[in-house]
Every structure is written in structure tokens, then in C-alpha cells.
Design a protein around this ligand. Structure first.
Ligand code: IPE
Ligand code: IPE
Ligand code: MG
Length: 239
């Protein structure tokens, strides 16, 4: 399968979905699905780097996921803290990627905010830029970009005519990465759930019914083979 990957996307965005249903199917608590899902993510991050993908963005927790039951939210917050601490122990020397946590700070504990700030302040070169979308919402991200730009105009640091697509792109949380080439969503849902709405204008979309904890390196390769066969036109005529 791997030999059939002829095009490596520069930026892949994952919507890790189906952890809860994976657990339910096995009569396990939803949190068990998240535990397995975290292991899957580690494998896929490793493989993304092996394949030479430059940017990987993973949707781990949306701003709307706070609507879930407290025990599940608490568990996800706890796992995030554990993962951030682990990363801080290793980075930069021992880290296989540069981590950038994208999303809102509202509703997060001071402890988590502190860890996120520490991680995001670490600047070093790495083969893989890994954006973890945590407490993330695309409409919130775009709103923040608009506010930042409006403040510049208000303080006469920017003329309104200087506002263009590039300036908006630069004011998003993913400014270090090129536009998303490929979106992969697991679990059979075919929607975007407020994810990277600006960055995916010309992305290829790939949906699989596999639940995220069951998503494997082989399935990742399958998605990339599928992507390799797509003809991207960006508005040009059909070949
Ligand atoms: C994705 O799995 C992980 C998060 C949103 C945190 P879900 O928890 O959404 O799993 P389902 O969709 O309920 O099966
Ligand atoms: C989207 O999944 C968010 C993440 C994968 C973190 P959801 O499971 O929350 O999305 P909906 O509610 O099915 O749209
Ligand atoms: Mg879901």
C-alpha cells in the first residue's frame, strides 16, 4: 500500500472521531475510547513524520465539547495535562516534533493555560509541526483574527486597504503551516464541526467509517493513496 503513495501532502488535518462509539460497542466507558484514541494519535504522528509530512493538525477537543458530561470533560482535561507535561520533559532535545497547541484559553484551568503557554513559547526547528487543536473552534479563531486586525486599524498601524487574504491567514493559529491539503475524518460522520474553515478552502476531504481508536498506519496509508489519485484543479479547467 505504502508504495502507492505518490504524493505526500504538506499539511494533513485529522478529525479524530468515534472514540465514544468505539467504547460503547465494547461496553466500556467512553473514557476508555479516549485512552485508546490517544495511543492511535501517537502512532499517526510518528508515521506522519516518517512520511515527510510537514504539518499535521489534529482536532482533539472542540470548544463545543464542553457541552459533554463533566466526567468525560474532566478526563480529557486530565489526559491533556499529562500529555503536555510529558512533552515539556522531552522537548526540545528529545522531541520528534514541534508542538503547537491551538485554540481558546477560555474555560481552561490556570494550570492548563500555564502549560500551554510554556509549550507554545518553545521555538525550535523540527521536521514536523504538530498542531493540536484543543478547545478549538474555527469561528472563534477567525473572530480573534478579525479583532487583532481591527485593533491595528484602530491604532492607525494598518490601513484598511492593506487587509487581504494573506493578512488574515497570518493572523490564524496555523500561520506557520501552508493551507491544508487533506482532511481525514474517522467514524463515518461527514461534516467539519467548526474545524479550520478558512484553511481548508481547497482541501481534499477523506471520510472513513473506522472509529478513531481502530484507525491504523495502514488506514492512514490508504487515505494517502486515495489522496495521491485526486486531481486538484484550484479552479483551473479539467485536464
Ligand atoms: C472524538 O470522539 C474525540 C473527541 C471529540 C474528544 P468522540 O468522543 O466524539 O466519539 P463519538 O463521536 O461520541 O463516538
Ligand atoms: C469534533 O467531533 C471534535 C473533535 C473531533 C475533537 P465531535 O464528535 O465533537 O463533533 P460532532 O458533534 O459530531 O459534530
Ligand atoms: Mg464525535
Amino acid at each position: 500500500m505504502k508504495e502507492m503513495i505518490t504524493k505526500i501532502p504538506q499539511h494533513v488535518a485529522l478529525i479524530l472521531d468515534g472514540n465514544g462509539r468505539w467504547a460503547l460497542q465494547r461496553d466500556l466507558p467512553r473514557t476508555k475510547g479516549h485512552e485508546e484514541g490517544i495511543k492511535t494519535l501517537a502512532e499517526i504522528v510518528k508515521e506522519a513524520r516518517n512520511l515527510g509530512i510537514k504539518c499535521l493538525t489534529a482536532y482533539a477537543f472542540s470548544t463545543d465539547n464542553f457541552k459533554r458530561e463533566k466526567y468525560e470533560v474532566d478526563y480529557l482535561m486530565y489526559k491533556a495535562e499529562e500529555y503536555f507535561l510529558e512533552y515539556l520533559k522531552k522537548a526540545p532535545n528529545d522531541s520528534k516534533y514541534h508542538l503547537n497547541i491551538i485554540g481558546e484559553k477560555t474555560n481552561l484551568s490556570p494550570r492548563l493555560i500555564e502549560l500551554i503557554n510554556q509549550i507554545n513559547e518553545m521555538k525550535f526547528e523540527s521536521e514536523l509541526e504538530f498542531n493540536l487543536a484543543f478547545n478549538y473552534g474555527s469561528q472563534e479563531e477567525i473572530t480573534n483574527a478579525v479583532k487583532k486586525i481591527a485593533a491595528l486599524v484602530e491604532h492607525k498601524k494598518l490601513d484598511i486597504n492593506q487587509i487581504d487574504k494573506d493578512l488574515i491567514t497570518q493572523n490564524l493559529y496555523t500561520s506557520k503551516c501552508p493551507p491544508v491539503d487533506l482532511v481525514i475524518r474517522t467514524s463515518g460522520e461527514q461534516r467539519l464541526s467548526n474545524y479550520l474553515l478558512w484553511q481548508i478552502s481547497y482541501s481534499e476531504l477523506y471520510f472513513t467509517t473506522t472509529y478513531w481508536p481502530d484507525f491504523s498506519v495502514e488506514e492512514f496509508h490508504k487515505a494517502l493513496v486515495n489522496y495521491s489519485l485526486r486531481e486538484r484543479r484550484f479552479g483551473k479547467e479539467h485536464a
